[in-house]
Design a protein around this ligand. Structure first.
Ligand code: 7TS
Length: 406
């Protein structure tokens, strides 16, 4: 299937916005959903909506099979060694916060260090700031090269024997750079630190193998990979998850409840307090089936090619600044002359082209880039080169428009 055929499977993309065919270039914020995922959600609510893990009734059993079946699909998708290592969360943010609140707060003390990068999304910065404040640990940042790639020589020095946690994004939601997280995990392990990977932008676009990466935790969100909102995954190595305390307590996660004390279910359920995100998990399972049918390697090739093509075409526009290294995947982040990115995005919207403008939840990176905001076009398996041509035409219009105004 080529991108044009794939696009037909996404009902939302077949519409006009402001009198123009919709060109959706904001998949890094959230992806659109194919009919297979929409139908899986519809089927669940129409045919077997029921709570899981409790009843003997037929609908309950069907729902439990759907929910736990989705966990197995996730396990296979990221090549975890067991479904005990796959915890459903609300998304990447909740997954990272779970590690920070449970592992971080219990394992770190004064003098310990947490190492991250200046390119992280806020959801991989603030939880560590909070852990540092609560435990007296220090939050340290590795240097970036001028093109935005991680300075691995600096990282060798920044990770010390006091470092307990290294947490790095796999693919940047601003620069499009793929970070060498496997190599960084090796560096972390040499100093007995654990390695956490924020996979929010890699799971949708790359073939992820957590055993090959040898990371200790890996977090991602379904909504960026054709799945529904409100569900994501925390993968963790069993031996670490086993020694961690849950952060939410209540139904579903308990084994025995007494008047003063209680015991927890085994993994992964001890981390899934309350009625779980049943429809979400089933939708994520359908999204994984869909992505695997097309093939993650093919998706990676396509998204990389589009990002390279977009960067080339955009370079031709006068006054264009493009951020990040030459090798980028899935997106291109830019500014034109003195036109504010919000104005760029507004003009593009009048042409039916959806891009994101702002700080992209990466204010420290904006400071590093010495900008307050940027525009960003991000691509996925349903985008075509024609979409990028439309973007370029829209940007030329925006430039003319603001050229006239100023
Ligand atoms: N980490 C990265 C690298 C991200 O890109 C995002 C969301 C998150 C974490 C948070 O994911 P959530 O599903 O828990 O919200 N990034 C973006 C973005 O670039 N534009 O909107 C959301």
């Amino acid at each position: 299937m080529n991108a044009k055929e794939i696009k037909q499977l996404f009902p939302i993309l077949n519409q006009e916005v402001n009198g123009h065919p919709l060109v959706y270039l904001d998949s890094a914020a959230t992806s659109q959903k194919p009919v297979q995922v929409i139908e899986a959600l519809d089927r669940y609510y129409r045919e077997y909506n029921s709570n899981v893990h409790r009843g003997v009734h037929t609908l309950g059993t069907h729902a439990t099979d759907g929910y736990e079946g989705a966990r197995e699909k996730v396990r296979s998708f990221i090549n975890a060694s067991s479904t005990a290592e796959v915890i459903f969360t609300r998304g990447t943010t909740t997954a990272i916060n779970t590690v920070a609140s449970s592992y971080g707060r219990s394992q770190l003390t004064e003098g310990d260090e947490i190492v991250i990068t200046p390119m992280e999304h806020h959801s991989n910065i603030i939880p560590w700031q909070q852990v540092a404040k609560a435990t007296g640990a220090t939050l340290k940042y590795v240097k970036l090269h001028a093109d935005g790639t991680i300075d691995l020589n600096d990282l060798e020095e920044v990770i010390t024997t006091n470092t307990k946690i290294v947490s790095v994004m796999h693919v940047s939601n601003v620069l499009g750079v793929v970070n060498p997280v496997k190599e960084i995990a090796e560096m972390a392990h040499r100093k007995d630190a654990i390695m956490i990977v924020d996979g929010a932008q890699s799971a949708p676009h790359l073939n992820v193998d957590v055993q090959d990466l040898n990371c200790d935790f890996f977090a991602f969100s379904a909504h960026k990979m054709c799945g529904p909102t409100g569900i994501g995954v925390l993968y963790g190595k069993k031996e670490l998850l086993e020694k961690m305390e849950p952060i939410e307590f209540g139904g579903e996660m308990i084994d025995f409840v007494g008047l003063q004390d209680s015991t927890w279910k085994e993994l992964p359920w001890k981390f899934e307090g309350g009625t779980p995100i049943i429809a979400g998990a089933i939708g994520l399972g359908a999204a994984i089936d869909f992505l695997e049918e097309i093939g993650l390697d093919e998706i990676a090739r396509h998204d990389h090619e589009l990002a390279q093509y977009a960067a080339e075409r955009l370079t031709d526009i006068e006054g264009m600044a493009i951020y990040g290294p030459k090798q980028r995947t899935g997106l291109v982040t830019f500014n034109i002359d003195d036109v504010h990115p919000h104005d760029v995005a507004t003009v593009l919207d009048t042409e039916g082209i959806a891009v994101r403008a702002g700080h992209h939840c990466a204010q420290p990176l904006m400071k590093w880039l010495d900008v307050t905001a940027t525009a960003r076009a991000s691509f996925y398996l349903y985008n075509t080169k024609e979409d990028i041509d439309a973007l370029v035409a829209g940007l030329v219009k925006a430039k003319e428009y603001f050229g006239d105004v100023f």
